[in-house]
Structure formats: C-alpha cells, structure tokens
Design a protein around this ligand. Structure first.
Ligand code: AP5
Length: 210
C-alpha cells in the first residue's frame, strides 16, 4: 500500500495517519515530524529548515526530496508506506513519481474556516509528539507518556494564515495531479475523528481489499 495523505494544515492528516499506519502495518512518514526532529537535535538541516517552518513557508524542495529519497530506501518501506505532508509541491510529486508508484492519494478536505480553530487549539506532547485539542482534551500533560503539552511554533494565528495561503498556492494543485492519475480519493475531514477514520478505511478496503 503506497499512500499519500493530502489536505490543508490541520486537516487531520497526522491524526488519521497514526491509526492507518497501525491498522495496516505500514510506516507513517511525516516530513514535518522529521524536520522538527532535526530542529530539536540542532542539526545543520534543522537550522536551515527552522526559519521556513516558523514563518509558515515551505522548506526548499531539494532538501525535502533528499530526506524522502533516503527514507524510502529503508527496509520498512519495502511493503508500503504512508506519506503525511509530502509531497507538497508539483516538483516534489514528480520527484516521488520517479522513485515509486503512488497507489492512492487520500485528500482530507476541510474548509479554511475550521482550520484556524483546529490549529490554534492544537497541543502536542513535547516528548512523544501525541496530538490533542483543547476542546476535547482537558489534561495538562500527555495521556500516553506524561510529557509536557505545548503549542507548535507554527500554530500562532498569523502563521496559520500564511500556511493556508501557501497550501492553496503550492499544495492544492496536487489534488488535480493525483486526480489525473486516477488515484485520488476525497474524504470529508469535517466529520469527527472516528468517522473520518472509518471512511478512510472503507476506501482502502475498496481499493486494496485490505
Ligand atoms: P507539517 O507538520 O506537515 O504540518 P501541516 O501539513 O501544516 O499539517 P499539520 O501537522 O499542521 O496538520 P495535520 O493535517 O497533520 O492535522 P492534525 O492531525 O495535527 O509541516 C510543518 C511545516 O514543515 C510546514 O509548514 C513546512 O514548513 C515544513 N514541511 C513539512 N513537509 C514539507 C514538505 N514536504 N515540503 C516543504 N516543507 C515541508 O490535526 C490538527 C488538530 O485538529 C489537532 O488538534 C487534532 O486533534 C484536531 N483534529 C484532527 N482531526 C479532527 C477532526 N476530524 N475533527 C476535529 N478535530 C480534529
């Protein structure tokens, strides 16, 4: 199962990817998580990426394509994978197509109005990366590992608006890119988390008999 998840920032790609990765035993590869881990470790790559990410812009294509190319060679990707947050530009999608075949692109559709609330209320565990929302989780610490919950640096209102602008300009065209290849599946991301998950699983079962 070679999958990519598309959708605006805050559509629920990461939330859904966790469950799909676990259910179908394929690695969840989030370029955002990889870049944040590089920043945390203070690497050269992390330092370069940070300024773009903090401003809500995209990290240059060649940097991200390089990360993905080496990740795809790892043993756990040989039976499939789920990309979350990659590709994000036509250039990235073309580079991915040169390396592997994408069998399904799941587009999680959520209107801009809902995104600002979702991202400004998101909290993530500093230790394990688990994601919560202040409307549905009232605790102060991560329920999985007890880690501190923080707001992501790019979840400030002004940065969210820039991320949405960048999404519409550079990433949304991928809906037509994958639609033209006959592998696009649209899912209504405004429903609750369990309903969206069930819908994605239904589409996967239709396509893969999984
Ligand atoms: P990245 O980490 O990929 O961020 P993003 O795509 O902006 O997506 P998010 O992680 O913000 O949202 P999500 O869709 O995963 O939603 P989530 O599940 O968390 O990228 C960050 C930055 O890294 C980029 O801006 C860029 O600079 C750089 N970068 C990364 N990849 C790159 C690439 N390929 N090229 C260049 N640069 C790259 O959910 C959000 C909130 O909503 C949570 O609080 C959650 O609990 C809640 N929620 C989820 N689903 C639902 C639901 N159904 N109903 C109600 N609430 C929900």
């Amino acid at each position: 199962m070679n999958l990519v998840f598309l959708g605006p920032p805050g559509a629920g790609k990461g939330t859904q990817a966790l469950g799909v990765s676990e259910k179908y035993s394929i690695p969840h590869i989030s370029t955002g998580d990889i870049l944040r881990s590089e920043i945390k470790r203070g690497t050269k790559l992390g330092l370069e990426a940070k300024s773009y990410m903090d401003a809500g812009g995209l990290v240059p294509d060649e940097v991200v394509i390089g990360i993905v190319a080496s990740r795809l060679q790892e043993a756990d990707c040989q039976k499939g994978f789920l990309f979350d947050g990659f590709p994000r530009t036509i250039r990235q999608a073309e580079a991915l197509a040169e390396k592997t075949t994408i069998e399904m692109a799941v587009n999680i559709d959520v209107p801009d109005e809902a995104i600002v609330n979702r991202l400004s209320g998101r909290r993530v565990c500093k230790a394990c990366g688990a994601t919560y929302h202040v409307d549905t989780f009232k605790g102060d610490v991560c329920s999985s590992c007890g880690g501190e919950l923080i707001r992501r640096a790019d979840d400030e209102p002004e940065t969210i608006l820039n991320r949405l602008h960048v999404y519409h300009e550079q990433t949304q065209p991928l809906i037509d890119f994958y639609g033209g290849r006959g592998v696009l599946v649209n899912v209504d991301g405004t429903k609750d988390i369990d309903t969206v998950f069930a819908e994605i699983c239904r589409k996967l079962e239709e396509a893969f008999g999984a």
